[in-house]
Design a protein around this ligand. Structure first.
Ligand code: ZN
Length: 409
């Protein structure tokens, strides 16, 4: 790589010092504060750090942390990869990730949906992966459409290769702004935000994964990569068994996107899969923690689409603990809990905890799902007999459980 200008070198070094100090004083992993310090000293730092690297940006409502991890794990076979592994997915986090792996020829960055246009414009990334767009906490369909429109404009202004899920109409619409798209059929489980055509507002007709607008020419693009059950079919028609360690349909969808992405870097599926299969958990998700003879598997679900994915992974034969908070990162309004269909939980022991357990309890009561309300997570665990237990928690509830029961990884 070419040398960074002196000012950028200094900004980057001071940012790393700030991150080290932040870690040393117990204020988290320091990646955000370090990046902020760097950007304060050199506002152009992100662009300079991204230059001369082969960079992929990953954005979606759900699955971006996992997909970033899968792509990174595969690309490591080609060389060192800079990445924001801890989900610090705004520009300060990106500066920190790139700054701490300055010689890495590759970079894979998870990007917050709202920051994607800005980060793409700054970094001129060669590849952008887009998986899904749906309401997140208090967003509503209209706001999601506005976001898709911003993506579309940003992609139209660049020559970036876009790897996009053609089964999600909003993502497909955003990606058609770009002149270079590789379409992946990765499925779409949550459809409540895409009944209307993003182009004209008309109704979308759906049949299986296929969709088309009844009133204009906008329809599902033809994919070159297809997720088919446990397999991914590549553009040559060759079938690859995924055999991931990560569970569930949502992770197979993430893996299909990852395979198409690393192929753009010249990595064949046969090699890429070796990297994908090494990933066992992502920032604590899917981790199992042990307590008093109970094995608790932790599933993170931050929004309605995420809950559907977690239900898909949860074992119907096991008891389940649901924990919901409503702190800043969760969104204070819990009305999104009403968007989820909980009836799949009928027939298994359901325990409800978290700061907003009563909001969830009311929702379960209306859905006819029997449950037990618990004052704390520890109490919920103690109520259940020893054995395996699934846990679904939203963001801060998940972090609390990890802090109390698990270990950081
Ligand atoms: Zn239309």
């Amino acid at each position: 790589m070419s040398q960074l200008p002196l000012r950028a070198q200094l900004a980057s070094a001071l940012g790393r010092t700030a991150a080290t100090l932040s870690r040393a004083t117990g204020r988290g992993d320091g990646s955000v504060i370090g990046g902020r310090v760097g950007l304060m000293l050199e506002p152009d730092l992100l662009r300079q750090l991204a230059a001369d690297r082969r960079l992929a940006l990953v954005s979606a409502t759900n699955g971006k942390t996992t997909t970033t991890r899968l792509i990174t794990s595969a690309l490591r076979q080609l060389g060192e990869v800079a990445t924001n592994a801890f989900g610090a997915n705004m520009p300060a986090g990106h500066v920190s990730a790139l700054s701490s792996a300055k010689e890495a020829p590759y970079a894979v960055l998870e990007v917050d949906e709202k920051y994607l246009p800005e980060v793409l414009d700054t970094t001129q990334a060669g590849v952008v992966c887009l998986m899904n767009l749906s309401r997140d906490q208090m967003d509503r369909a209209g706001e999601i459409w506005l976001l898709a429109q911003k993506w579309r404009r940003a992609l139209a202004a660049q020559s970036t290769l876009v790897i996009a899920n053609c089964d999600d109409p909003l993502v497909a619409w955003a990606a058609t702004g770009s002149a270079r798209v590789t379409w992946v059929s990765a499925g779409q489980r949550w459809r409540e935000d895409s009944w209307c055509c993003p182009e004209c507002g008309g109704p979308l007709d759906r049949k299986g994964v296929d969709w088309a607008c009844r009133e204009c020419a906008f329809r599902r693009p033809t994919p070159s990569w297809v997720l088919d059950g446990e397999d991914v079919i590549d553009p040559r028609g060759q079938r690859w068994r995924l055999d991931l360690q990560l569970p569930g349909q949502a992770n197979r969808a993430n893996a299909a996107i990852a395979l198409a992405t690393v192929a753009a870097f010249g990595l064949e599926p046969g090699h890429a899969l070796l990297g994908l299969r090494e990933v066992t958990s992502v920032a604590g998700r899917y981790t199992t923690v042990e307590r008093d003879g109970r094995s608790l598997r932790l599933l993170l679900a931050k929004n309605p689409a995420g809950w559907l994915e977690a239900f898909d992974v949860a074992d119907p034969s096991l008891p389940i603990i649901l924990s919901v908070n409503a702190q800043g990162p969760d969104g204070r309004d819990t009305s999104w809990l009403w968007d989820i269909d909980y009836r799949i939980l009928r027939g298994r022991p359901v325990l409800v905890t978290g700061e907003r357990s009563r909001d969830l309890a009311l929702r379960l009561y209306v859905a006819g799902v029997p449950f037990q309300l618990c004052e704390s997570f520890g109490q919920a665990v103690a109520v259940l007999p020893p054995g395996r237990i699934d846990v679904i928690a939203n963001y801060t509830a998940f972090q609390q459980i990890r802090t109390e029961f698990g270990r950081a990884e």
